[in-house]
Design a protein around this ligand. Structure first.
Ligand SMILES: Cc1cc2nc3c(=O)[nH]c(=O)nc-3n(C[C@H](O)[C@H](O)[C@H](O)COP(=O)(O)OP(=O)(O)OC[C@H]3O[C@@H](n4cnc5c(N)ncnc54)[C@H](O)[C@@H]3O)c2cc1C
Length: 360
């Protein structure tokens, strides 16, 4: 098969990611149509070339060797909406940038994603890890996901239930990783609805400022303000945002384990109820209490001076340096509390796993 006409060779991937580390993509195609995707994927399959789907690059750790195959950069665009029985149903193509989408929904008075303001990346990645923040996640609004099944070569549709959403997880991440290329996501919103403020930190911020707890615009502004304080809104002038956001997910443990850790940690441990009787611990608290303060430095990698959970590239860091810091933190938390903190980002191009996430 002849390669796609628009194929690029040896393209540096670091500038295509928010952490800014990693080597080149052997091949790269920017896909602006489903035809682009199908022809590029068919070409890769026919040549036994590994494939990686790249969206906004905000949840990746790319190896220093880069990716030895085809990187398909999602550039599908377009948003359409219709009213349906008191709800507004909005379909967004996978390549639509997420935060401008949230901003547009809030401006339209559509409730359901306002607490997800300021999260980088593209729409098509939101179902993968059930993107969430401040007590809201996309599983609450997604009604349909359109995907291209790499196994059958067909377009398939998933209902909300089919997606098997859970905390930072879904079918697309845990059960059938890399099988489906997400083409579009459909969300249903409450028109004229009120904001959903469940998270204490957000509620306190709004109340202390005398702001509305229900106005979508005010809640979006509050979320953005809180996120900026933590370096969680991308800003080229803020070195603390050269990151993947939170690098570790909050561990889910059984109540007995939570009690043991609480007792061993001095009794001040934050914890939250989770589904199935589990308890969600704070990865930030575990890491801080294992000897890592905000601003911790390890070579050219380090921790954000605003947020313990964010591993940052302090300038010119390699993936190996980032990984060494990840391992150091994991070992310290395991030694101190007997709990594993698991990385949230997807690891790309590391030996032994060409494209999949590493779950340590
Ligand atoms: C400063 C900062 C703050 C953040 N805050 C949050 C937060 O509050 N909550 C949160 O949940 N996340 C957060 N993140 C993580 C990240 O922004 C989200 O996970 C986001 O959804 C990733 O989108 P992306 O487009 O950048 O995906 P990428 O990083 O490009 O890809 C992520 C994974 O999804 C796969 N993928 C992407 N698009 C598709 C597609 N169309 N079809 C199939 N597979 C696909 C990729 O192959 C990869 O495995 C933050 C990141 C940063 C840098």
């Amino acid at each position: 098969m002849t390669p796609p006409a628009t194929i690029e060779h040896d393209v540096p991937m670091a500038p295509l990611t928010t952490l800014g580390v990693g080597g080149p993509a052997r091949y790269l195609v920017r896909a602006g149509s489903v035809d682009d995707i199908v022809s590029a994927v068919s070409w890769a399959s026919s040549g036994g070339i590994p494939l990686f789907i790249l969206s906004g690059g905000s949840n990746l750790l790319v190896s220093d060797d880069g990716f030895p195959g085809l990187v398909l950069k999602m550039d599908l665009r377009g948003i359409s909406s219709r009213d349906e029985g008191g709800r507004t149903v909005v379909r967004a193509a996978a390549g639509e940038p997420w935060d401008p989408f949230v901003e547009a929904m809030v401006a339209e008075g559509l409730a359901g994603v306002e607490c997800l303001s300021g999260i980088p990346g593209l729409v098509g990645a939101t179902p993968i890890q059930n993107v969430g923040a401040y007590g809201q996640d996309v599983s609450e609004t997604i009604t349909r996901v359109e995907g291209w099944d790499r196994r059958t070569g067909r377009i398939v549709f998933f209902s909300n239930g089919d997606c098997r959403f859970s905390y930072r997880n879904s079918l697309f991440k845990a059960v059938e990783p890399e099988r489906y290329i997400i083409l579009s996501v459909t969300y249903a919103f409450r028109r004229g609805g009120h904001a959903s403020v469940k998270y204490p930190e957000l509620r306190n911020y709004l109340e202390e400022g005398g702001r509305s707890l229900t106005d979508l615009g005010q809640v979006r502004e509050a979320v953005l303000a809180i996120r900026r304080r933590k370096g969680m809104v991308l800003d080229p002038d803020d070195p603390d945002t050269c990151s993947d956001g939170s690098f570790f997910t909050n561990p889910l443990v059984d109540p007995a384990t939570a009690e043991r850790i609480k007792a061993g940690g001095g009794g001040e441990m934050p914890h939250f109820p989770a589904p199935d009787g589990m308890v969600k611990l704070s990865a930030a608290w575990l890491i801080e209490n294992s000897g890592f303060a905000k601003g911790y430095v390890r070579g050219r990698a380090g921790l954000s001076s605003k947020h313990t959970l964010a591993i940052i590239n302090r300038g010119g860091a390699t993936a190996a340096e980032v990984l060494a810091l990840v391992r150091e933190i994991q070992a310290a938390v395991t030694a101190r509390f007997g709990v594993k903190v698991v990385p949230e980002p997807n690891f790309v191009g590391f030996p032994g796993q060409v494209t999949s996430s590493i779950q340590n």
